[in-house]
Design a protein around this ligand. Structure first.
Ligand code: KIV
Length: 280
């Protein structure tokens, strides 16, 4: 038996049971090394389609493909052994029909080994979510600010400011919960409404730019680490500024290469170590 077989991963069932309990801790991961660093500390690793913007330098997530998600999903599953791994379904891979959604979700799950998929949408996708969950595909919902609908929504903006929009986000939450989602991401939504939704729906609500009252929180890891500097949403807390450290390291390396102080003797093969000075 391998060492991996003895460690039980957090399951979607475990996460479904976290309503009102200890908050669910979630971060994004796109690569095996990042997954390894984060895995012991989080309940859920999300392979988000935000990778289009964060890793590939795209302006939006719209051009991300199923193949990209599968490649990054495989890496994150390989790099983790504790957290539940959820992979985002990218734009245009599930909206056409529930059959299209099932085909792509099944491919993502079979090829990556992830435990669930996430898709963006509310009432209009409830039937699709029900179709998937009834067929063995655990689904994480995503409502409020939906980055794949950025053009339709008129930009990246907070949702639920007026009564009609607030009623729609609440209806979306109830619809995807009833359709069988095990957890629901609630993004960029007015705090009071996020609190109300968390109280009204019996599925754990995972907030990002939502409310501390949510049943869990998710952030994009590169935002947290200061590795993504194109823009910083209001809801991001930067815990480190690794981008500046990388820049300092590159500058120091460049200086040492140009000055021929790197590599030193200890980095070269066949140069005997210098005798240590006698201590007196
Ligand atoms: O794509 C992503 O990373 C996400 C999270 C920000 C929730 O959907």
């Amino acid at each position: 038996m391998s060492a991996h077989a003895t460690i039980k991963r957090v399951s979607t069932r475990d996460l479904r049971a976290r309503k009102g309990g200890v908050p669910v801790v979630c971060l994004t991961a796109y690569t095996a090394p990042m997954a390894q660093f984060l895995d012991p500390h989080v309940d859920l690793l999300l392979v988000g389609d935000s990778l289009g913007m964060v890793v590939y330098g795209m302006d939006t997530t719209l051009a991300v493909t199923v193949d990209m998600m599968i490649n990054h999903g495989k890496a994150v599953v390989r790099g983790s052994q504790h957290a539940c791994v959820v992979v985002d379904m990218p734009f245009a891979s599930y909206q056409e029909s529930r059959e299209q959604a099932f085909r792509n979700a099944a491919r993502i799950m079979a090829e990556t080994g992830c435990a669930a998929v996430k898709l963006e949408g509310g009432l209009e996708l409830a039937d699709t979510i029900h179709f998937l969950t009834e067929r063995g595909v655990p689904v994480m919902g995503h409502i409020g600010l939906k980055p794949q609908s950025v053009h339709a929504a008129g930009g990246f903006r907070a949702h639920g400011r007026d009564a009609a929009e607030a009623a729609r986000v609440m209806a979306d939450a109830k619809a995807v919960a009833d359709a069988g989602c095990f957890n629901i991401v609630l993004e960029g939504t007015i705090e009071a409404l996020s609190r109300e939704i968390t109280a009204a729906v019996d599925v754990p609500i995972i907030g990002i730019g939502a409310s501390p009252a949510c049943d869990g929180q998710v952030l994009v890891t590169e935002d947290v680490l200061g590795l993504f500097s194109t823009f910083k949403p209001k809801f991001v807390k930067r815990y480190a500024d690794l981008g500046s450290q990388i820049s300092d390291v590159a500058a120091q390396y460049a200086e040492e290469v140009r000055a021929r102080t790197f590599p030193a003797d200890e980095h070269c093969f066949g140069i005997p170590a210098k005798p240590r000075a006698l201590e007196v």
